[in-house]
Design a protein around this ligand. Structure first.
Ligand code: AMP
Ligand code: ZN
Length: 116
């Protein structure tokens, strides 16, 4: 998919509205439109990467930054003590529906395991 047709690229550009909780030069984080938990935030790279399967060695710093940003957002959302979950869905069997890499941050209730 071309980046200019990608929903999450449109959110990065401000062409589609989102409830943004964090933005810096590399990543954007916003609340999921269909939350599966009391707190459900998506953390995405600003650059268009289709999925974790598209990530290369040159994206090492970006991926580290995404994880550390997720930890900070979880802390700011008050989840550090209660715990939370991070999920990256990849491809058809992984249940990926938006083909722009995104990390789900879920919390605010006890989450079941294993996922479906
Ligand atoms: P996935 O199934 O892992 O690809 O997750 C895609 C997520 O994007 C789902 O949880 C959707 O609810 C969420 N989503 C889709 N459109 C929007 C949107 N416009 N704003 C925020 N979240 C969205
Ligand atoms: Zn994109």
């Amino acid at each position: 998919m071309a980046a200019n047709e990608c929903l999450f690229c449109k959110i990065v550009l401000g062409d589609v509205p989102a409830d943004i909780v964090h933005e810096d030069d590399q990543v954007l984080a916003f609340r999921d439109i269909n939350p599966r938990a009391p707190i459900h935030i998506l953390i995405i790279p600003k650059q268009h990467l289709e999925s974790l399967a598209s990530v290369a060695d040159e994206n090492r710093d970006l991926m580290g930054h995404m994880m550390l940003t997720t930890k900070k957002i979880a802390r700011d959302e008050g989840l550090s003590q209660s715990g939370y979950r991070t999920v990256i869905n990849i491809g058809a069997d992984g249940g990926q529906t938006v083909n722009h890499l995104h990390l789900h941050l879920l919390g605010g209730r006890a989450l079941r395991w294993p996922p479906g």
